[in-house]
Design a protein around this ligand. Structure first.
Ligand SMILES: [Zn+2]
Length: 266
């Protein structure tokens, strides 16, 4: 049960940033980022834990801002630091109020900062944790589509989101079969992102969510600068254009989807 009163958040007439790293923003305080987002109708921010220390901070931030929630995870880059003892610590943290998911976890074979072996082990431990705690999973996949699909399938992961979608039609089909959500970042606004816009056109709106992945991946025309949750409407506009629907429809449906997956009202 969450302690937050979200009764003023009914109606779905606002945006949710489903993937932000408020702890990594440098040019503003988290408070400024949250307030500016609110002015752009981005009223819920899911602050993603990418390593244990960040996860601790995410829990603290969720406690200080009513509309910020947290996830608990160790990114594939840091997989080598995830020990069984650290998983125990995660299990405890996951029970804090306002923790709504496990992740981000997954595989990143582009940078390989941890070995593929270490990444797969950390991924599986976090899948087990999510299953045990009945929480959805936030999945990072970079250049690892085959192994991501293999592990999600064999582990029967049915509740989660593939974040920063960058894959192909086969991955869309896979997510639909498994019942997984897909979230879209600011890279959909980039001038050279025609292929991604074509893919988004094929993803049913009822499994889509929006995310900034801030401070990374600022949308056009802020590409290359620090990114903030307040830019979500720019991503919504690009999704609306790609799918030929209104921005309002994208807003309401992606917000509803995020509520269904993360259960902010639980
Ligand atoms: Zn992230």
């Amino acid at each position: 049960m969450l302690s937050q009163d979200v009764s003023d958040l009914e109606g779905r007439d606002y945006y949710i940033d489903t993937h932000a790293h408020l702890d990594m923003i440098k040019e503003k305080t988290p408070q400024e980022a949250v307030q500016e987002a609110e002015r752009e109708r981005v009223r819920i921010i899911l602050n993603i834990g990418a390593h244990l220390e960040a996860s601790h901070q995410a829990v603290e931030m969720a406690q200080s801002f009513p509309n910020v929630f947290a996830t608990m995870g160790v990114h594939p880059h840091d997989a080598r630091f995830l020990t069984r003892k650290a998983v125990e610590e995660m299990r405890k943290l996951c029970k804090s109020p306002k923790v709504v998911a496990v992740g981000e976890t997954g595989l990143d074979y582009f940078r390989n900062l941890s070995t593929p072996e270490e990444q797969r082990q950390a991924f599986i431990w976090q899948i087990e944790l999510a299953r045990e705690l009945e929480l959805p999973l936030v999945v990072h996949d970079r250049d690892a589509h085959k192994d991501i699909k293999g592990i999600l399938k064999s582990e029967e992961v049915k509740r989660g989101v593939l974040h920063c979608f960058s894959a192909d039609e086969a991955m869309i089909d896979f997510c639909l079969e498994q019942g997984l959500h897909i979230s879209i970042t600011g890279n959909i606004t980039f001038k050279n992102a025609q292929r991604l816009r074509g893919m988004v056109k094929k993803i049913p709106l009822d499994i889509l969510m929006l995310e900034t992945d801030c401070p990374f991946l600022a949308p056009h025309p802020f590409r290359g600068q620090e990114n903030y949750p307040k830019y979500i409407p720019l991503i919504a506009r690009a999704v609306a254009e790609a799918k030929g629907v209104s921005e309002d429809e994208v807003m309401r449906q992606t917000t509803e989807n995020a509520f269904q997956l993360f259960g902010f009202t639980a």
